[in-house]
Design a protein around this ligand. Structure first.
Ligand code: G6P
Length: 611
Protein backbone atom coordinates (compact mmCIF):
# COMPACT_ATOMS: atom_id res chain seq x y z
CA UNK A 1 0.00 0.00 0.00
CA UNK A 2 1.02 3.66 -0.16
CA UNK A 3 4.70 4.15 0.55
CA UNK A 4 6.27 7.25 2.02
CA UNK A 5 9.88 8.38 1.78
CA UNK A 6 11.48 11.70 2.67
CA UNK A 7 14.94 13.08 3.23
CA UNK A 8 16.48 16.19 4.72
CA UNK A 9 20.23 16.71 5.10
CA UNK A 10 23.42 17.65 3.29
CA UNK A 11 23.19 15.14 0.45
CA UNK A 12 21.17 15.39 -2.74
CA UNK A 13 17.70 14.40 -1.61
CA UNK A 14 16.11 13.25 -4.88
CA UNK A 15 18.35 10.18 -5.56
CA UNK A 16 17.83 9.03 -1.97
CA UNK A 17 14.07 9.43 -2.21
CA UNK A 18 13.93 7.74 -5.61
CA UNK A 19 15.93 4.75 -4.36
CA UNK A 20 13.67 4.62 -1.31
CA UNK A 21 10.59 4.53 -3.53
CA UNK A 22 12.10 1.58 -5.39
CA UNK A 23 12.67 -0.20 -2.08
CA UNK A 24 9.01 0.35 -1.24
CA UNK A 25 7.71 -0.93 -4.59
CA UNK A 26 7.03 -4.30 -2.98
CA UNK A 27 4.20 -2.78 -0.94
CA UNK A 28 2.04 -2.51 -4.08
CA UNK A 29 1.17 0.79 -5.79
CA UNK A 30 -0.15 2.31 -8.99
CA UNK A 31 1.51 5.73 -9.24
CA UNK A 32 4.47 7.64 -7.84
CA UNK A 33 5.56 11.21 -7.21
CA UNK A 34 8.13 13.48 -5.59
CA UNK A 35 8.31 17.06 -4.36
CA UNK A 36 11.45 19.09 -3.63
CA UNK A 37 12.47 22.67 -3.19
CA UNK A 38 14.64 24.14 -5.92
CA UNK A 39 13.74 27.68 -6.94
CA UNK A 40 10.42 27.16 -5.23
CA UNK A 41 8.36 24.04 -4.75
CA UNK A 42 8.66 21.49 -7.57
CA UNK A 43 6.26 18.56 -7.81
CA UNK A 44 6.48 15.67 -10.28
CA UNK A 45 4.08 12.76 -10.36
CA UNK A 46 3.15 9.99 -12.72
CA UNK A 47 0.71 7.11 -12.95
CA UNK A 48 2.55 3.79 -13.24
CA UNK A 49 5.87 2.51 -11.98
CA UNK A 50 8.61 4.46 -10.22
CA UNK A 51 10.69 3.97 -13.39
CA UNK A 52 8.11 6.05 -15.30
CA UNK A 53 8.45 8.85 -12.80
CA UNK A 54 12.21 8.60 -13.19
CA UNK A 55 11.88 9.01 -16.98
CA UNK A 56 9.45 11.86 -16.53
CA UNK A 57 11.93 13.92 -14.48
CA UNK A 58 14.97 13.01 -16.52
CA UNK A 59 16.81 16.14 -17.64
CA UNK A 60 15.11 18.31 -15.00
CA UNK A 61 17.07 20.12 -12.32
CA UNK A 62 16.33 17.94 -9.28
CA UNK A 63 18.91 19.45 -6.93
CA UNK A 64 17.59 19.89 -3.41
CA UNK A 65 18.51 18.97 0.15
CA UNK A 66 14.92 18.25 1.05
CA UNK A 67 12.48 15.97 -0.76
CA UNK A 68 9.39 13.86 -0.20
CA UNK A 69 8.32 10.88 -2.33
CA UNK A 70 5.28 8.64 -2.50
CA UNK A 71 3.96 5.48 -4.09
CA UNK A 72 0.16 5.53 -4.18
CA UNK A 73 -2.30 2.65 -3.98
CA UNK A 74 -5.57 4.18 -5.09
CA UNK A 75 -8.40 4.58 -2.62
CA UNK A 76 -10.12 7.91 -3.43
CA UNK A 77 -10.04 8.41 -7.19
CA UNK A 78 -8.63 6.23 -9.97
CA UNK A 79 -4.88 5.83 -10.51
CA UNK A 80 -3.88 8.86 -12.62
CA UNK A 81 -1.24 11.58 -12.74
CA UNK A 82 -3.54 14.11 -11.11
CA UNK A 83 -4.57 11.80 -8.24
CA UNK A 84 -0.95 10.85 -7.51
CA UNK A 85 0.84 12.35 -4.52
CA UNK A 86 2.30 14.79 -3.53
CA UNK A 87 -0.72 17.09 -3.41
CA UNK A 88 -0.30 20.81 -3.24
CA UNK A 89 -2.20 23.49 -1.31
CA UNK A 90 -4.19 26.16 -3.17
CA UNK A 91 -1.42 28.75 -2.74
CA UNK A 92 1.11 26.32 -4.18
CA UNK A 93 3.37 26.47 -1.13
CA UNK A 94 2.69 23.19 0.70
CA UNK A 95 3.17 19.72 -0.75
CA UNK A 96 1.91 16.69 1.14
CA UNK A 97 2.24 12.92 0.90
CA UNK A 98 -0.20 10.76 2.80
CA UNK A 99 -0.77 7.12 3.65
CA UNK A 100 -4.17 6.20 5.07
CA UNK A 101 -7.69 7.51 4.69
CA UNK A 102 -9.29 10.75 5.88
CA UNK A 103 -12.79 9.44 6.57
CA UNK A 104 -14.52 12.81 6.96
CA UNK A 105 -12.89 14.28 3.87
CA UNK A 106 -16.23 14.81 2.05
CA UNK A 107 -17.47 17.12 4.79
CA UNK A 108 -14.18 19.02 4.94
CA UNK A 109 -14.16 19.28 1.16
CA UNK A 110 -17.65 20.80 1.12
CA UNK A 111 -16.61 23.42 3.69
CA UNK A 112 -13.55 24.28 1.61
CA UNK A 113 -15.55 24.42 -1.62
CA UNK A 114 -17.90 26.89 0.10
CA UNK A 115 -14.82 28.98 0.94
CA UNK A 116 -13.81 29.03 -2.71
CA UNK A 117 -11.16 26.31 -2.83
CA UNK A 118 -10.68 24.56 -6.15
CA UNK A 119 -9.47 20.97 -6.24
CA UNK A 120 -7.46 19.33 -8.96
CA UNK A 121 -7.82 15.71 -7.80
CA UNK A 122 -10.42 13.37 -6.33
CA UNK A 123 -8.31 12.60 -3.27
CA UNK A 124 -8.84 13.02 0.44
CA UNK A 125 -5.18 14.07 0.66
CA UNK A 126 -5.63 17.20 -1.41
CA UNK A 127 -8.55 18.16 0.83
CA UNK A 128 -6.33 17.86 3.90
CA UNK A 129 -3.63 19.98 2.25
CA UNK A 130 -6.14 22.76 1.53
CA UNK A 131 -7.66 22.41 4.97
CA UNK A 132 -4.29 23.01 6.63
CA UNK A 133 -3.60 25.98 4.36
CA UNK A 134 -7.01 27.46 5.21
CA UNK A 135 -6.38 27.11 8.98
CA UNK A 136 -2.94 28.70 8.57
CA UNK A 137 -4.47 31.61 6.71
CA UNK A 138 -7.45 32.26 8.98
CA UNK A 139 -5.50 31.78 12.25
CA UNK A 140 -2.30 33.52 11.07
CA UNK A 141 -0.37 30.64 12.60
CA UNK A 142 2.62 28.46 11.78
CA UNK A 143 2.30 25.33 9.69
CA UNK A 144 2.94 23.23 12.78
CA UNK A 145 0.11 24.92 14.67
CA UNK A 146 -2.23 24.64 11.68
CA UNK A 147 -1.45 20.94 11.37
CA UNK A 148 -2.23 20.40 15.04
CA UNK A 149 -5.59 22.14 14.71
CA UNK A 150 -6.38 20.25 11.50
CA UNK A 151 -5.58 16.86 12.97
CA UNK A 152 -7.99 17.45 15.84
CA UNK A 153 -10.78 17.58 13.23
CA UNK A 154 -9.59 14.75 11.06
CA UNK A 155 -11.22 11.34 11.41
CA UNK A 156 -9.26 8.39 10.04
CA UNK A 157 -5.79 6.95 9.85
CA UNK A 158 -2.82 8.68 8.38
CA UNK A 159 0.82 9.29 8.06
CA UNK A 160 1.52 12.60 6.41
CA UNK A 161 4.70 14.41 5.52
CA UNK A 162 4.70 18.03 4.38
CA UNK A 163 7.26 20.31 2.77
CA UNK A 164 6.70 24.05 2.86
CA UNK A 165 8.27 26.34 0.27
CA UNK A 166 8.61 29.05 2.93
CA UNK A 167 10.53 26.72 5.29
CA UNK A 168 12.92 24.77 3.07
CA UNK A 169 14.92 23.48 6.04
CA UNK A 170 12.06 21.66 7.75
CA UNK A 171 9.92 18.60 7.15
CA UNK A 172 6.75 18.17 9.17
CA UNK A 173 5.21 14.76 9.70
CA UNK A 174 2.37 13.29 11.74
CA UNK A 175 1.05 9.84 12.40
CA UNK A 176 -2.12 8.14 13.49
CA UNK A 177 -2.68 4.48 12.72
CA UNK A 178 -0.22 4.10 9.83
CA UNK A 179 3.48 3.48 10.42
CA UNK A 180 6.27 6.07 10.17
CA UNK A 181 9.94 5.36 10.81
CA UNK A 182 12.53 8.14 11.07
CA UNK A 183 16.16 7.20 10.44
CA UNK A 184 18.59 9.35 12.39
CA UNK A 185 21.86 10.04 10.55
CA UNK A 186 24.71 12.48 11.13
CA UNK A 187 23.23 15.82 10.17
CA UNK A 188 20.46 14.15 8.18
CA UNK A 189 17.12 12.41 8.63
CA UNK A 190 15.34 9.78 6.55
CA UNK A 191 11.61 9.14 6.79
CA UNK A 192 9.79 6.10 5.47
CA UNK A 193 6.75 3.88 5.91
CA UNK A 194 9.03 1.02 6.88
CA UNK A 195 12.71 0.54 7.51
CA UNK A 196 13.67 -0.81 4.07
CA UNK A 197 14.58 2.57 2.46
CA UNK A 198 16.52 3.56 5.59
CA UNK A 199 18.61 0.52 6.46
CA UNK A 200 21.47 1.29 4.05
CA UNK A 201 22.04 4.72 5.59
CA UNK A 202 21.55 4.28 9.32
CA UNK A 203 20.56 1.66 11.86
CA UNK A 204 19.26 4.23 14.37
CA UNK A 205 15.56 4.77 14.06
CA UNK A 206 12.66 6.38 15.87
CA UNK A 207 9.15 4.97 15.46
CA UNK A 208 6.71 7.84 15.61
CA UNK A 209 3.72 7.10 17.85
CA UNK A 210 0.06 7.78 17.15
CA UNK A 211 -0.97 11.41 17.60
CA UNK A 212 2.61 12.63 17.43
CA UNK A 213 3.89 15.41 15.20
CA UNK A 214 7.54 15.40 14.14
CA UNK A 215 9.37 18.59 13.20
CA UNK A 216 12.49 17.49 11.39
CA UNK A 217 15.52 19.52 10.35
CA UNK A 218 18.82 18.14 9.06
CA UNK A 219 20.32 18.07 12.54
CA UNK A 220 17.28 18.17 14.80
CA UNK A 221 14.29 15.96 15.46
CA UNK A 222 11.51 17.32 17.64
CA UNK A 223 8.55 15.15 18.57
CA UNK A 224 5.42 16.65 20.08
CA UNK A 225 2.06 15.24 20.99
CA UNK A 226 -1.14 16.73 19.71
CA UNK A 227 -1.33 18.97 22.82
CA UNK A 228 2.02 20.54 21.83
CA UNK A 229 4.04 18.85 24.59
CA UNK A 230 7.59 17.76 23.73
CA UNK A 231 8.13 13.98 23.68
CA UNK A 232 11.49 12.29 24.00
CA UNK A 233 12.39 10.47 20.79
CA UNK A 234 13.23 6.86 21.65
CA UNK A 235 16.05 5.75 19.38
CA UNK A 236 16.06 2.03 18.55
CA UNK A 237 18.58 -0.08 16.66
CA UNK A 238 17.39 -1.75 13.46
CA UNK A 239 18.19 -5.44 13.44
CA UNK A 240 17.93 -5.98 9.67
CA UNK A 241 20.77 -6.07 7.18
CA UNK A 242 20.73 -4.66 3.67
CA UNK A 243 21.14 -8.19 2.23
CA UNK A 244 17.81 -9.14 3.75
CA UNK A 245 15.96 -6.69 1.49
CA UNK A 246 17.86 -7.56 -1.71
CA UNK A 247 17.32 -10.51 -4.06
CA UNK A 248 20.67 -12.20 -3.42
CA UNK A 249 20.95 -13.92 -6.82
CA UNK A 250 17.36 -15.17 -7.02
CA UNK A 251 15.09 -14.10 -9.90
CA UNK A 252 12.41 -12.92 -7.51
CA UNK A 253 12.01 -12.06 -3.86
CA UNK A 254 9.25 -14.66 -3.66
CA UNK A 255 11.59 -17.46 -4.72
CA UNK A 256 14.30 -16.22 -2.39
CA UNK A 257 11.83 -16.15 0.48
CA UNK A 258 10.50 -19.64 -0.29
CA UNK A 259 14.09 -20.93 -0.27
CA UNK A 260 14.93 -19.11 2.95
CA UNK A 261 12.39 -21.17 4.88
CA UNK A 262 14.71 -23.76 6.42
CA UNK A 263 16.57 -20.83 7.98
CA UNK A 264 13.56 -18.65 8.84
CA UNK A 265 11.72 -21.51 10.53
CA UNK A 266 14.89 -22.30 12.43
CA UNK A 267 15.10 -18.62 13.45
CA UNK A 268 11.52 -18.65 14.67
CA UNK A 269 12.34 -21.61 16.93
CA UNK A 270 15.81 -20.48 17.96
CA UNK A 271 16.29 -19.71 21.63
CA UNK A 272 12.80 -21.01 22.33
CA UNK A 273 12.81 -24.70 21.51
CA UNK A 274 15.32 -26.96 23.24
CA UNK A 275 14.29 -30.43 22.17
CA UNK A 276 17.33 -32.08 23.71
CA UNK A 277 16.45 -30.88 27.19
CA UNK A 278 12.70 -31.02 26.60
CA UNK A 279 12.13 -27.34 27.31
CA UNK A 280 10.31 -24.51 25.65
CA UNK A 281 10.78 -20.82 26.48
CA UNK A 282 8.77 -18.03 24.89
CA UNK A 283 9.99 -14.88 26.62
CA UNK A 284 7.16 -12.71 25.25
CA UNK A 285 4.38 -14.77 26.83
CA UNK A 286 6.19 -16.07 29.90
CA UNK A 287 4.10 -14.05 32.32
CA UNK A 288 0.89 -14.83 30.48
CA UNK A 289 1.22 -18.60 30.05
CA UNK A 290 -0.67 -19.34 33.27
CA UNK A 291 -3.46 -16.92 32.36
CA UNK A 292 -3.62 -18.37 28.85
CA UNK A 293 -3.96 -21.88 30.19
CA UNK A 294 -7.06 -20.73 32.08
CA UNK A 295 -8.63 -18.88 29.15
CA UNK A 296 -12.24 -19.88 28.48
CA UNK A 297 -11.71 -19.27 24.79
CA UNK A 298 -9.16 -17.87 22.42
CA UNK A 299 -10.10 -15.73 19.43
CA UNK A 300 -7.59 -15.46 16.60
CA UNK A 301 -7.99 -12.38 14.40
CA UNK A 302 -6.09 -11.89 11.16
CA UNK A 303 -6.39 -11.29 7.42
CA UNK A 304 -5.20 -13.07 4.29
CA UNK A 305 -2.43 -15.61 4.69
CA UNK A 306 -2.17 -14.82 8.39
CA UNK A 307 -5.82 -15.82 8.74
CA UNK A 308 -4.93 -19.19 7.22
CA UNK A 309 -2.15 -19.56 9.80
CA UNK A 310 -4.82 -18.79 12.40
CA UNK A 311 -6.99 -21.62 11.05
CA UNK A 312 -4.15 -24.12 11.42
CA UNK A 313 -3.57 -22.78 14.93
CA UNK A 314 -7.22 -23.41 15.75
CA UNK A 315 -6.70 -27.11 15.09
CA UNK A 316 -3.40 -27.12 16.98
CA UNK A 317 -4.54 -25.20 20.06
CA UNK A 318 -7.85 -27.02 20.43
CA UNK A 319 -6.08 -30.34 20.22
CA UNK A 320 -3.19 -29.46 22.50
CA UNK A 321 -4.87 -27.17 25.04
CA UNK A 322 -8.53 -28.21 24.90
CA UNK A 323 -9.49 -24.54 24.83
CA UNK A 324 -12.14 -23.48 22.29
CA UNK A 325 -10.64 -21.35 19.53
CA UNK A 326 -12.47 -19.10 17.09
CA UNK A 327 -10.75 -17.71 14.02
CA UNK A 328 -12.10 -14.44 12.73
CA UNK A 329 -11.51 -12.23 9.75
CA UNK A 330 -10.39 -9.09 11.54
CA UNK A 331 -12.65 -6.87 9.44
CA UNK A 332 -15.78 -8.91 10.23
CA UNK A 333 -14.93 -9.34 13.89
CA UNK A 334 -14.47 -5.63 14.44
CA UNK A 335 -17.69 -4.45 12.89
CA UNK A 336 -20.25 -6.97 14.04
CA UNK A 337 -20.14 -5.82 17.67
CA UNK A 338 -18.71 -9.12 18.95
CA UNK A 339 -19.28 -10.47 22.42
CA UNK A 340 -15.83 -10.03 23.87
CA UNK A 341 -14.52 -8.82 27.22
CA UNK A 342 -12.43 -9.65 30.28
CA UNK A 343 -11.33 -13.28 30.29
CA UNK A 344 -11.06 -13.45 26.49
CA UNK A 345 -7.69 -13.85 24.88
CA UNK A 346 -7.24 -12.47 21.38
CA UNK A 347 -4.29 -13.60 19.27
CA UNK A 348 -3.60 -11.13 16.46
CA UNK A 349 -1.55 -12.74 13.69
CA UNK A 350 0.07 -10.36 11.23
CA UNK A 351 3.23 -10.41 9.15
CA UNK A 352 3.45 -6.64 8.82
CA UNK A 353 1.93 -5.80 12.17
CA UNK A 354 0.27 -2.89 10.38
CA UNK A 355 -2.84 -4.35 8.75
CA UNK A 356 -5.50 -1.78 9.52
CA UNK A 357 -8.38 -4.25 10.00
CA UNK A 358 -6.38 -6.34 12.46
CA UNK A 359 -5.18 -3.26 14.27
CA UNK A 360 -8.65 -1.78 14.81
CA UNK A 361 -10.02 -5.19 15.77
CA UNK A 362 -7.55 -5.54 18.62
CA UNK A 363 -7.94 -1.89 19.63
CA UNK A 364 -11.64 -2.38 20.20
CA UNK A 365 -11.19 -5.78 21.88
CA UNK A 366 -8.60 -4.26 24.19
CA UNK A 367 -10.96 -1.43 25.11
CA UNK A 368 -13.52 -4.09 26.07
CA UNK A 369 -11.04 -5.75 28.43
CA UNK A 370 -9.65 -8.65 26.39
CA UNK A 371 -5.98 -9.62 26.64
CA UNK A 372 -4.14 -9.25 23.34
CA UNK A 373 -1.29 -11.47 22.18
CA UNK A 374 0.50 -10.42 19.01
CA UNK A 375 2.20 -12.82 16.62
CA UNK A 376 3.91 -10.38 14.25
CA UNK A 377 6.93 -10.47 11.99
CA UNK A 378 7.88 -6.81 11.87
CA UNK A 379 9.58 -5.80 15.08
CA UNK A 380 8.19 -2.60 16.60
CA UNK A 381 5.09 -2.68 14.38
CA UNK A 382 1.80 -1.16 15.53
CA UNK A 383 0.09 -4.48 16.36
CA UNK A 384 3.14 -5.69 18.28
CA UNK A 385 3.21 -2.47 20.27
CA UNK A 386 -0.48 -2.53 21.06
CA UNK A 387 -0.40 -6.14 22.26
CA UNK A 388 -0.14 -7.01 25.93
CA UNK A 389 2.26 -9.83 25.12
CA UNK A 390 3.30 -11.93 22.18
CA UNK A 391 6.04 -13.55 20.16
CA UNK A 392 7.77 -12.32 17.04
CA UNK A 393 8.05 -14.74 14.14
CA UNK A 394 11.61 -13.65 13.25
CA UNK A 395 11.28 -14.53 9.55
CA UNK A 396 13.16 -11.39 8.49
CA UNK A 397 11.81 -8.82 6.01
CA UNK A 398 9.29 -10.30 3.59
CA UNK A 399 9.31 -8.34 0.34
CA UNK A 400 7.32 -10.58 -2.06
CA UNK A 401 3.69 -9.50 -1.86
CA UNK A 402 2.53 -13.11 -1.68
CA UNK A 403 3.40 -14.21 1.84
CA UNK A 404 5.46 -17.41 2.11
CA UNK A 405 8.16 -17.51 4.77
CA UNK A 406 6.04 -15.43 7.14
CA UNK A 407 3.31 -18.10 6.97
CA UNK A 408 5.55 -21.01 7.92
CA UNK A 409 7.14 -18.96 10.71
CA UNK A 410 3.65 -18.11 11.99
CA UNK A 411 2.78 -21.81 12.04
CA UNK A 412 5.96 -22.60 13.95
CA UNK A 413 5.39 -19.87 16.55
CA UNK A 414 1.68 -20.61 16.98
CA UNK A 415 2.59 -24.26 17.53
CA UNK A 416 5.12 -23.23 20.18
CA UNK A 417 2.47 -21.10 21.92
CA UNK A 418 0.01 -24.02 21.84
CA UNK A 419 2.62 -26.37 23.27
CA UNK A 420 3.60 -23.95 26.01
CA UNK A 421 0.01 -23.41 27.13
CA UNK A 422 -0.68 -27.15 26.93
CA UNK A 423 2.24 -28.09 29.13
CA UNK A 424 1.38 -25.39 31.69
CA UNK A 425 -2.22 -26.53 31.67
CA UNK A 426 -1.31 -30.22 31.77
CA UNK A 427 -3.54 -30.96 28.79
CA UNK A 428 -0.94 -33.09 26.99
CA UNK A 429 1.32 -35.82 28.21
CA UNK A 430 5.02 -35.22 28.70
CA UNK A 431 5.62 -37.87 26.06
CA UNK A 432 3.51 -36.11 23.38
CA UNK A 433 5.10 -32.78 24.34
CA UNK A 434 8.58 -34.21 23.84
CA UNK A 435 7.55 -35.87 20.57
CA UNK A 436 6.27 -32.57 19.17
CA UNK A 437 9.39 -30.71 20.30
CA UNK A 438 11.44 -33.29 18.38
CA UNK A 439 9.17 -32.97 15.36
CA UNK A 440 9.57 -29.18 15.30
CA UNK A 441 13.29 -29.53 15.78
CA UNK A 442 13.51 -31.56 12.56
CA UNK A 443 11.23 -29.37 10.50
CA UNK A 444 13.93 -27.09 9.02
CA UNK A 445 15.82 -30.03 7.50
CA UNK A 446 12.58 -31.55 6.16
CA UNK A 447 11.70 -28.20 4.57
CA UNK A 448 15.11 -28.22 2.90
CA UNK A 449 14.26 -31.68 1.49
CA UNK A 450 10.95 -30.39 0.08
CA UNK A 451 12.76 -27.52 -1.65
CA UNK A 452 14.79 -30.11 -3.60
CA UNK A 453 11.56 -30.92 -5.45
CA UNK A 454 11.61 -27.50 -7.10
CA UNK A 455 12.44 -28.79 -10.61
CA UNK A 456 9.73 -31.44 -10.48
CA UNK A 457 7.20 -28.83 -9.33
CA UNK A 458 8.25 -26.56 -12.17
CA UNK A 459 7.41 -29.37 -14.64
CA UNK A 460 4.00 -29.81 -13.05
CA UNK A 461 3.49 -26.03 -13.29
CA UNK A 462 4.26 -26.10 -17.01
CA UNK A 463 1.72 -28.89 -17.53
CA UNK A 464 -1.17 -27.06 -15.85
CA UNK A 465 -0.36 -23.38 -16.34
CA UNK A 466 -3.10 -22.83 -18.92
CA UNK A 467 -5.93 -24.16 -16.79
CA UNK A 468 -8.73 -21.66 -16.25
CA UNK A 469 -9.60 -22.79 -12.72
CA UNK A 470 -8.00 -24.83 -9.96
CA UNK A 471 -9.51 -26.54 -6.95
CA UNK A 472 -7.45 -27.16 -3.79
CA UNK A 473 -8.70 -29.73 -1.30
CA UNK A 474 -7.58 -30.93 2.10
CA UNK A 475 -9.01 -32.10 5.39
CA UNK A 476 -8.11 -31.37 9.01
CA UNK A 477 -4.78 -29.61 9.36
CA UNK A 478 -4.44 -29.67 5.58
CA UNK A 479 -7.70 -27.84 4.92
CA UNK A 480 -6.21 -24.38 5.71
CA UNK A 481 -3.18 -25.44 3.64
CA UNK A 482 -5.53 -25.97 0.69
CA UNK A 483 -6.96 -22.49 1.24
CA UNK A 484 -3.47 -21.04 1.33
CA UNK A 485 -2.43 -22.91 -1.83
CA UNK A 486 -5.46 -21.53 -3.69
CA UNK A 487 -4.76 -18.01 -2.41
CA UNK A 488 -1.12 -18.18 -3.56
CA UNK A 489 -2.19 -19.24 -7.06
CA UNK A 490 -4.85 -16.52 -7.35
CA UNK A 491 -2.52 -13.83 -6.10
CA UNK A 492 0.30 -14.30 -8.55
CA UNK A 493 -1.01 -16.22 -11.57
CA UNK A 494 -4.50 -14.61 -11.73
CA UNK A 495 -5.98 -18.07 -12.22
CA UNK A 496 -9.25 -18.56 -10.43
CA UNK A 497 -8.63 -21.02 -7.59
CA UNK A 498 -10.80 -22.21 -4.73
CA UNK A 499 -9.78 -23.96 -1.56
CA UNK A 500 -12.30 -26.27 0.07
CA UNK A 501 -12.50 -28.93 2.77
CA UNK A 502 -12.16 -32.11 0.72
CA UNK A 503 -15.44 -33.62 1.95
CA UNK A 504 -17.42 -30.42 1.56
CA UNK A 505 -16.41 -30.48 -2.12
CA UNK A 506 -19.39 -32.77 -2.71
CA UNK A 507 -21.73 -29.94 -1.78
CA UNK A 508 -20.95 -27.70 -4.71
CA UNK A 509 -17.49 -27.57 -6.26
CA UNK A 510 -17.81 -31.12 -7.58
CA UNK A 511 -20.10 -29.64 -10.23
CA UNK A 512 -17.01 -27.94 -11.70
CA UNK A 513 -15.05 -31.16 -12.11
CA UNK A 514 -14.26 -32.32 -15.64
CA UNK A 515 -11.14 -33.31 -17.56
CA UNK A 516 -10.00 -29.68 -17.65
CA UNK A 517 -10.01 -29.03 -13.92
CA UNK A 518 -6.77 -29.60 -12.01
CA UNK A 519 -7.53 -30.54 -8.41
CA UNK A 520 -4.68 -30.20 -5.94
CA UNK A 521 -5.05 -32.55 -2.98
CA UNK A 522 -3.07 -31.97 0.18
CA UNK A 523 -3.13 -35.59 1.24
CA UNK A 524 -0.26 -36.28 3.61
CA UNK A 525 -0.58 -39.30 5.89
CA UNK A 526 -2.67 -38.24 8.89
CA UNK A 527 -5.83 -39.22 10.71
CA UNK A 528 -7.95 -38.09 7.75
CA UNK A 529 -5.92 -39.96 5.14
CA UNK A 530 -8.40 -42.77 4.27
CA UNK A 531 -11.21 -40.26 3.84
CA UNK A 532 -9.08 -38.11 1.54
CA UNK A 533 -8.30 -41.16 -0.58
CA UNK A 534 -12.06 -41.58 -1.10
CA UNK A 535 -12.33 -37.92 -2.09
CA UNK A 536 -9.57 -38.39 -4.66
CA UNK A 537 -11.50 -41.29 -6.14
CA UNK A 538 -14.59 -39.12 -6.37
CA UNK A 539 -12.62 -36.59 -8.44
CA UNK A 540 -11.02 -39.25 -10.63
CA UNK A 541 -14.42 -40.82 -11.30
CA UNK A 542 -15.38 -37.51 -12.89
CA UNK A 543 -12.18 -37.29 -14.94
CA UNK A 544 -10.63 -34.45 -12.93
CA UNK A 545 -6.84 -34.13 -13.04
CA UNK A 546 -5.34 -34.81 -9.62
CA UNK A 547 -2.09 -33.33 -8.36
CA UNK A 548 -1.42 -34.74 -4.91
CA UNK A 549 0.97 -33.71 -2.15
CA UNK A 550 1.56 -36.96 -0.25
CA UNK A 551 3.89 -38.40 2.35
CA UNK A 552 7.04 -40.20 1.17
CA UNK A 553 6.40 -43.93 0.90
CA UNK A 554 2.69 -43.54 0.07
CA UNK A 555 1.71 -46.61 -1.98
CA UNK A 556 -1.92 -45.77 -2.61
CA UNK A 557 -2.38 -42.26 -3.96
CA UNK A 558 0.41 -42.45 -6.57
CA UNK A 559 -1.67 -45.14 -8.29
CA UNK A 560 -4.61 -42.75 -8.66
CA UNK A 561 -3.19 -39.27 -9.10
CA UNK A 562 -1.91 -37.71 -12.32
CA UNK A 563 1.01 -35.98 -10.58
CA UNK A 564 2.58 -36.64 -7.23
CA UNK A 565 4.73 -34.51 -4.93
CA UNK A 566 6.20 -36.43 -1.98
CA UNK A 567 7.12 -34.64 1.22
CA UNK A 568 8.86 -36.15 4.27
CA UNK A 569 6.80 -37.81 6.96
CA UNK A 570 5.80 -35.54 9.88
CA UNK A 571 3.31 -35.46 12.74
CA UNK A 572 0.02 -34.09 11.41
CA UNK A 573 0.24 -31.13 13.77
CA UNK A 574 3.37 -29.79 12.10
CA UNK A 575 2.80 -31.26 8.62
CA UNK A 576 1.25 -28.01 7.23
CA UNK A 577 4.68 -26.38 7.49
CA UNK A 578 5.90 -28.93 4.94
CA UNK A 579 2.84 -29.45 2.77
CA UNK A 580 2.38 -25.76 1.98
CA UNK A 581 5.82 -25.43 0.41
CA UNK A 582 5.08 -27.34 -2.83
CA UNK A 583 1.96 -25.17 -3.20
CA UNK A 584 4.03 -22.00 -2.84
CA UNK A 585 6.41 -23.28 -5.52
CA UNK A 586 3.60 -24.40 -7.81
CA UNK A 587 2.00 -20.94 -7.68
CA UNK A 588 5.38 -19.25 -8.15
CA UNK A 589 6.27 -21.25 -11.27
CA UNK A 590 2.83 -20.89 -12.83
CA UNK A 591 2.96 -17.11 -12.25
CA UNK A 592 6.45 -16.86 -13.78
CA UNK A 593 5.58 -19.14 -16.73
CA UNK A 594 2.58 -16.95 -17.48
CA UNK A 595 4.90 -13.96 -17.59
CA UNK A 596 3.58 -12.10 -14.55
CA UNK A 597 5.51 -10.01 -12.06
CA UNK A 598 5.14 -12.38 -9.13
CA UNK A 599 6.73 -10.01 -6.64
CA UNK A 600 4.29 -7.23 -7.43
CA UNK A 601 1.02 -8.80 -8.50
CA UNK A 602 -1.59 -6.44 -9.87
CA UNK A 603 -3.96 -4.67 -7.45
CA UNK A 604 -2.44 -6.29 -4.35
CA UNK A 605 -0.60 -4.58 -1.54
CA UNK A 606 1.88 -6.09 0.85
CA UNK A 607 0.71 -4.18 3.84
CA UNK A 608 -2.95 -3.18 3.79
CA UNK A 609 -3.05 -0.06 5.90
CA UNK A 610 -6.59 1.02 5.06
CA UNK A 611 -9.72 -0.62 6.45
C1 G6P B 1 -2.19 -8.46 2.34
C2 G6P B 1 -1.00 -9.24 1.83
C3 G6P B 1 -1.12 -10.70 2.28
C4 G6P B 1 -1.26 -10.77 3.79
C5 G6P B 1 -2.43 -9.92 4.29
C6 G6P B 1 -2.40 -9.78 5.80
O1 G6P B 1 -3.35 -8.87 1.70
O2 G6P B 1 -0.94 -9.17 0.42
O3 G6P B 1 0.02 -11.41 1.87
O4 G6P B 1 -1.46 -12.09 4.17
O5 G6P B 1 -2.32 -8.59 3.75
O6 G6P B 1 -1.25 -9.08 6.16
P1 G6P B 1 -0.51 -9.17 7.54
O7 G6P B 1 0.67 -8.25 7.39
O8 G6P B 1 -1.48 -8.68 8.58
O9 G6P B 1 -0.12 -10.57 7.76
Amino acid sequence: MCGIVAYIGQREAYPIVLKGLKRLEYRGYDSAGVALINNGLQVYKKKGKVAELENHVSGKDMRSHIAIGHTRWATHGEPSDRNSHPHVSGNGKLAMIHNGIIENYAQLKQELLNQGHIFKSDTDTEVLTHFIEEIQKSNHCTLEEALRIALKRVVGAYVIVIVDEDNPDTLIAARKGSPLVIGVGKGEHFLASDASPIVEYTKEVVYVNDYEIAIIKADELILKNISNERQTPYIQKLDIELAAIEKGGYDHFMLKEIFEQPQTIFDSLRGRLDAKNGTLTIGGIREHAEMLSKAKRIIIVACGTSWHAGLVAEYMIEELCRIPVEVEYASEFRYRNPVVGPGDVIIAVSQSGETADTLVAIESAKEKGAIILGVCNVVGSSIARLSDAGAYTHAGPEIGVASTKAFTAQLAVLCLIGLKVAIVKGSITQQRFQHLLDELDHIPEKVAAVLKLNDRIKEIAAKYKDARDFLYLGRGYNFPVALEGALKLKEISYIHAEGYPAAEMKHGPIALVDENLPVVFVATRDSYYEKVVSNIQEIKARKGKVIAVVTEGDQVIPGMADDIIMVPEADELVAPILSVIPLQLLAYHIGVLKGFDVDKPRNLAKSVTVE
